[in-house]
Design a protein around this ligand. Structure first.
Ligand SMILES: [Zn+2]
Length: 335
């Protein structure tokens, strides 16, 4: 029996073996359980991923870093920067999450939308992990889809409360632009469309173009935020209405200059007002409207969407679960 018109990629082994930690490693299991118990999804709506191969991970990460992860030879400093304790099981969980995002991207390209009930590890860099992120699953999926010649242009829409510094480092914008978004006082923003310098990207990255959007809290981790194609540096306590306005403008601006063949939505639950690591003021309803807006824009343009979950540190873990499950409901309503 199927309850949904799209697939949810999930494995019990997404659980991250990190002990007592602000990252609720059990959230993936709780989300799956909630989707089943409430009848939003049935068992057949879920598909089980295979781990990414080392070759897949090497599409994004350096051989040296992969070697260190596989052999447990990270320096103490490198492990500290990761902010999750190293173990071989941890590495396996991240390889699996990357495999999940590859599968979700492939399914999205076939059927219009698919979820990875995990992933979104947007702070991972080619040569190191950071901020609970070891392998950049979304970048791996994009590179793999490009390698298979399924896409040449992807867009990442990163709505986690934290800046997608790893994504920006892996896919730096090709060109500085002088036409910023319309501004209201106090918000710094940049627009750097990549579309008009395709040759540069073509030469450096085998014809793959990636347009990156990040809406994030300005005064939050990471301290250094490398430029995305569009950055919106939001002030503390930004509310639903303000946030949705910025999102609407960002998506409109992005689609004016770029036509992606795949949209990778990084649907962090941490812009929520009760988040322990976030300082924005979105409500659960506002976050669902956020999801709907992304899906409506993608659907109107016929762009397939791959969803990953990224962060979520609500004081009550059930709120994080609700926010993530609402993203599935929003997709069901629109696709
Ligand atoms: Zn986050």
């Amino acid at each position: 029996m199927l309850m949904l018109p799209f697939k949810l990629v999930y494995s019990d082994d997404y659980y991250l073996p990190i002990g007592a930690h602000v990252f609720p490693a059990e959230k993936y299991r709780l989300i799956q359980k909630h989707l089943l118990v409430t009848g939003i999804a049935a068992q057949d709506d879920f598909v089980n991923p295979q781990p990414a191969s080392d070759e897949d991970v090497l599409l994004v990460h350096t051989r040296e870093y992969v070697q260190k992860l596989k052999t447990g030879t990270l320096s103490a400093m490198e492990e500290l920067q990761m902010e999750v304790p190293y173990s071989p099981e941890l590495v396996r969980a991240f390889w699996l999450a990357a495999g999940g995002s590859i599968l979700a991207a492939d399914l999205a390209l076939r059927s219009g939308i698919a979820f990875n009930i995990g992933g979104g590890f947007h702070h991972a860099f080619p040569d190191h992990g950071e901020g609970f992120c070891v392998v950049h699953d979304v970048a791996v999926a994009i590179k793999r889809m490009h390698q298979e010649r399924k896409i040449h242009r992807a867009m990442t829409v990163d709505l986690d409360v934290h800046d997608g510094n790893g994504t920006a480092a892996i896919f730096p914008p090709a060109k500085q632009s002088s036409n910023p978004l319309p501004s209201t006082g106090g918000i710094r923003h940049d627009v750097r469309p990549a579309a008009s310098s395709l040759e540069v990207l073509g030469a450096s990255d085998g014809g793959l173009e990636v347009f990156t959007i990040s809406l994030h809290q300005a005064h939050n981790y990471p301290a250094y935020k490398p430029p995305s194609s569009i950055d919106v540096h939001l002030p503390d306590a930004t509310n639903d209405e303000e946030y949705l306005g910025w999102l609407d403008q960002s998506l409109s601006s992005a689609f004016r200059s770029f036509e992606p063949e795949l949209l990778c939505y990084i649907a962090g639950a941490d812009p929520y007002k009760e988040d322990q690591l976030g300082g924005l003021a979105l409500t659960i309803e506002g976050l669902k409207k956020r999801d709907e807006l992304v899906f409506k824009v993608a659907k109107a343009r016929g762009v397939p969407v791959m969803v990953t979950y990224a962060g979520g540190y609500a004081r009550k873990v059930q709120d994080t679960v609700t926010i993530h499950c609402n993203t599935v409901i929003a997709a069901r309503e629109i696709f």
